[in-house]
Design a binder for this molecule. Structure first.
Ligand code: HEM
Length: 512
């Protein structure tokens, strides 16, 4: 009895102290309108316990609620306070000021270490500085050749599956995206599109899937419990495969550079033209200072980060665009007519000069990224109390959920037809963005996506290859609002998979 009383007393004292230390946070939180679904102690944690479709439903609901309450709402996830935001003026400041990633990213950090996307700010600054010149427009343009060649394989892969009823686009677009990413990043061809079972692709996908399970399952977050499960053995196996694969590429490249007397690192300076058709790996070795630059571990972190950051995001962008075109045949017809204008009846491969001519396709991709942003939310940590332009005060120790999904659909900025699929809203004469953060599929501020130009070349190149040869047939939509159920699987994905029919066009421009 005595022990029990002591235990209760200690708990009460600890709780009072804990709440006293955090009194400012509670006070500021109480000033913000909050979600109706909150329960005592756990807040809205129960809303994130279902499957990944339920998680996305909750994120959508919270974003719409924020739209109705001056662009911000707040929620408790157990003891952690989060603000869900859609107001672009506030978001601009958040993305400029709060550069540290939220702790929820630690499971990705376990694999990617201090790779740029999830690195703590102190490490991120130097990494970003090295990364930026590697993603210069000239270098990215030089990769179009890779995208074009790899997209030839995509059409061959489609050729094998089309005509056999409904197909899931995901394995097709993700294999293309990984092939293109590996060749441009590491300078290696991995043939994910040709092999039926690419081990690298499988290890990457299964590994990410386990990480995604850990993010949303409180039990799997407990390290000691996770290590006891068979899932851990599987996870370790995938991580080891991916690490060994990357390390071998890095060692080979180092050896090759050492043997190469023309190596730029010997010259001590780097000119843009020297970088033509070099892989990111080679560029990062050189830009970080050659042999005295990045260590093998740092290189592995960066290379894997670029591959992971660039593969699924672009694949999701492609898959949603194709699904939308399947739903809206009139819009697809306009894309096809534009392709015929640029390519005629020839079966030549796309070259970089073609891309700027594909204006309508560009609008279609932009609109698809607006309605279905591959990264629907970003979570940043608040380290210092801050007052936002809307007047909201955000306490230190909380987190901000930047709802890109919500900002992209806010009628206050996009008008009453915000939910409509209307690529022509991006026509220069119609496009009148009131705020840069109303449209930010690639985020905004100092930590935005370095790969956006890469993605905006890789995605249309692959789409062109498919759409020149195939008609995408999906479930037709009755109105302008596309109905696609979505889930949050680290990225935004179609809940039931990206299923469409692909019908061969006549004349077929594909080289047989
Ligand atoms: C449609 C395709 C893509 C989308 C929607 C996308 C989206 C994003 C977003 C939203 C962020 C910022 C996250 C944040 O602010 O916390 C980001 C960061 C990043 N992305 Fe992308 N991305 C795409 C393609 C790519 C590609 C193709 C690459 C590389 C080849 C890439 C490399 C990166 C890197 C390295 C970062 C980290 C930047 C930093 O923290 O400084 N992304 N991306």
């Amino acid at each position: 009895m005595f022990l029990f009383t002591v235990l209760v007393l200690v708990t009460v004292i600890w709780t009072v102290q804990y709440r006293f230390r955090r009194r400012r946070m509670y006070e500021l939180a109480s000033r913000i309108s909050h979600l109706k679904d909150e329960l005592p102690f756990i807040g809205v944690a129960h809303k994130f316990m279902g499957n990944t479709e339920d998680v996305m439903k909750s994120l959508k609901k919270f974003s719409y609620e924020a739209m109705e309450t001056d662009g911000v709402t707040r929620m408790w996830l157990n003891h952690i306070l989060y603000f869900v935001m859609v107001n672009p003026e506030d978001l601009e400041i958040v993305l400029k000021t709060c550069l540290e990633k939220d702790d929820v990213h630690r499971f990705m950090r376990n694999v990617l270490g201090n790779g740029t996307v999830f690195a703590p700010v102190s490490i991120w600054r130097r990494r970003r500085k090295i990364l930026i010149p590697a993603f210069s427009p000239k270098i990215v343009e030089s990769f179009v050749e890779i995208f074009s060649e790899q997209s030839q394989h995509i059409t061959h892969k489609v050729a094998r599956v089309s005509g056999s009823g409904t197909v899931n686009l995901w394995p097709i677009v993700s294999a293309y995206s990984l092939d293109a990413a590996c060749e441009s990043t590491a300078g290696v061809k991995i043939y994910a599109q040709s092999e039926t079972n690419s081990q690298f692709l499988a290890a990457l996908e299964d590994g990410l899937n386990i990480i995604s399970q850990r993010i949303f399952n409180v039990w799997l977050q407990l390290e000691w419990l996770f290590r006891l499960l068979p899932l851990y053995t599987k996870y370790q196996k995938h991580v080891k495969y991916v690490y060994d694969f990357t390390d071998e590429i890095i060692h080979n490249k180092r050896r090759q550079l050492k043997n190469n007397k023309q190596s730029q690192s010997d010259k001590g300076h780097y000119e843009l033209d020297d970088f033509k058709r070099k892989s990111f790996l080679e560029l990062l070795i050189q830009l970080s200072g050659g042999e005295k630059g990045y260590t093998d571990l740092e290189l592995r972190e960066e290379i894997l980060t670029i591959i992971i950051a660039g593969t699924d995001t672009s694949a999701v962008g492609m898959a949603f665009t194709l699904m939308l075109l399947g739903k809206y045949p009139d819009i697809q017809q306009k894309v096809y007519e534009e392709l015929k204008e640029v390519f005629g009846d020839s079966n030549r491969q796309l070259v970089k000069e073609d891309l700027p001519k594909l204006k309508y396709l560009e609008r279609v991709v932009k609109e698809s990224l607006r309605l279905f942003p591959p990264v629907p939310i970003i979570i940043r940590k608040v380290e210092k109390e801050m007052t936002l332009p809307s007047g909201v005060i955000i306490p230190s120790g909380s987190g901000i959920i930047v709802s890109i999904f919500g900002a992209h659909r806010d009628p206050k900025y996009w008008g009453p037809d915000a939910e409509h699929f209307d690529p022509d809203r991006f026509l220069p004469e119609r496009f009148n963005l009131q705020h840069a953060c109303s449209y930010m599929p690639f985020s905004n501020g100092p930590r935005n996506c370095v790969g956006y130009q890469y993605a905006l070349k890789s995605i249309p190149t692959a789409l062109t290859s498919i759409l020149r040869n195939y008609k995408v047939v999906g479930e037709p939509e009755k109105g302008p609002i596309p109905n696609i159920r979505v889930k949050f699987d680290i990225m935004l994905k179609a809940a039931e998979g990206f299923y469409v029919k692909l019908e061969k066009r006549k004349p077929c421009l594909l080289k047989e």
